[in-house]
Design a protein around this ligand. Structure first.
Ligand code: AMP
Ligand code: GLY
Length: 427
């Protein structure tokens, strides 16, 4: 079968590598791709917002299956356009993608179907949002309702900070995404990223990971899309996974079905493991980046039958085998990230880094210029390693990082610290 993958990040390089390995895959195309994906797939110029062009390409190249990596084309309805054209596709419909596209939608679903999450209220004007704050415990969380590239969340330590955040949203700091605001209870605990595939009826667990959102060592500095991740996540014990499936994932799939939205795709639950158990912070409707890189590194099974069953039904008969190894990925970012990253600098040593045992370097924001690989985005490489323990995977990943010659790039030096402290018995 010919397959088209949409996206250009490290997540899509990991997906491309896994899909290309499948005996079911004849030809793999990717749009817009990056310099690393070009080694696993044929890169094509296609605008994911131009649905007619994507459908025409699929017909022309006899594409049997489309895999959509990022959220924007999902929220934009690409999955619906493909379905209308009779082309099966991994990734939920526009209506089902509201689980990521609208925090208020998700909170209302949680309330209706008794899914554990922080207490909340939705607002469309600043005055009532500010009035709600009176007497509420601090810190309190202020969120722009829509997609804001991970930047629309403020954990306000004081009422004054919460008021500033509310005003920023309604003053247009996040454009249309901030025309509605959700204010919610602060949840205290340890975070984990949990993944499940759903075909609209059945949901199966697809592993857990923990990422590092802050740019600096010791979890300091501004939030980013993610500076590194590892899997499995020690906090997600078998019991916690079972509870997450029973209390959060299955009620969500059933609730979506009741509302007529049949969720077909990957549910990426951002969880807070509190004293009470797993609570939902938010949903994403696509694989995490960089969490996908560590999940794909640990997946022993062929990914393609699972992706196809997610889209077309029959997940109840899919079994996935996972390696007992741990996997860890270190994000190399361009100087300036998460602000304006420096572009066009040359990266050397990727082949040398790839030679470290257990290591694979996934590309994110890279572009090829003749024989040279240049940085072309904020997060640029994901140096990913497997190992018997998180500590071993970390040691291999940093050994590979040290073989890279890219003075204009940086990474965190402590990815995996929490899991490694646990392995050592420190906590
Ligand atoms: P989100 O974009 O909703 O994932 O939020 C970004 C980050 O803000 C999360 O990964 C959490 O670290 C934090 N956060 C969001 N909501 C809450 C909450 N209710 N309680 C505590 N932390 C939160
Ligand atoms: N790493 C978090 C995300 O993909 O949203």
């Amino acid at each position: 079968m010919n397959i088209l993958l949409i996206g250009s990040g490290g997540r899509e390089h990991a997906l491309a590598t896994a899909i290309a390995r499948s005996p079911l895959c004849s030809r793999l195309f990717c749009a817009p791709g990056n310099a690393g994906i070009a080694e696993a797939a044929k890169i094509v110029k296609l605008d994911a917002d131009d649905h007619a062009a994507v459908v025409a390409f699929c017909r022309d190249q006899r594409i049997g299956f489309v895999v959509i990596g990022p959220e924007a084309p999902l929220v934009g309805g690409l999955s619906d356009a493909l379905a209308d054209a009779g082309i099966s596709c991994f990734g939920p419909s526009k209506a089902a993608a509201q689980l990521e596209g609208s925090k208020g939608f998700t909170k209302d679903l949680c309330a209706e179907f008794h899914i554990p999450t922080g207490a909340y209220e939705r607002f469309t004007d600043a005055a009532s949002a500010k009035a709600y704050l009176a007497g509420k415990p601090l810190p309190i969380v202020v969120k722009a309702d829509g997609l804001a590239a991970g930047k629309g969340v403020v954990i306000a330590e004081t009422e004054a900070d919460a008021i500033t955040a509310i005003e920023a949203c309604f003053d247009g700091a996040f454009g249309a995404a901030g025309s509605e605001v959700v204010i919610e209870e602060y949840l205290d605990g340890e975070e984990a990223s949990f993944f499940a595939l759903s075909d609209g009826d059945t949901a199966i667990a697809f592993g857990a990971a923990q990422d590092h959102k802050r740019v600096g060592d010791g979890d300091t500095g501004p939030n980013t899309g993610g500076m590194g991740a590892y899997s499995p996540a020690p906090v997600m014990t078998d019991d916690m996974i079972r509870r997450t499936m029973d209390e959060i994932i299955r009620p969500t799939v059933a609730g979506m079905k009741t509302r007529g939205y049949h969720f077909k795709g990957v549910l990426f639950a951002g969880l807070m493991i509190t004293r009470k158990g797993p609570e939902l912070i938010e949903y994403n409707v696509r694989f995490g980046d960089p969490e996908c890189q560590v999940l794909m590194t640990r997946l022993d099974s062929d990914i393609l039958p699972a992706l196809i069953a997610t889209a077309t039904g029959g997940l109840d008969t899919v079994r996935l085998d996972w390696s007992n190894d741990a996997a860890l990925t270190v994000v190399m970012a361009a100087d300036g990230y998460p602000g304006t990253p420096r572009k066009g600098t040359e990266i050397r040593g990727i082949d040398e880094a790839d030679k470290v045992e257990g290591v694979k370097v996934f590309h994110a924001g890279t572009v090829r210029d003749g024989a040279r690989i240049l940085a072309n985005g904020g997060r640029v490489l994901n140096v990913t390693a497997r190992g018997a323990t998180v500590a071993e995977a970390q040691q291999r990943a940093y050994a590979a990082v040290d073989r890279l010659d890219w003075p204009e790039g940086f990474c965190r030096r402590d990815i995996g610290w929490r899991a490694i402290a646990r392995e050592r018995g420190d906590t």
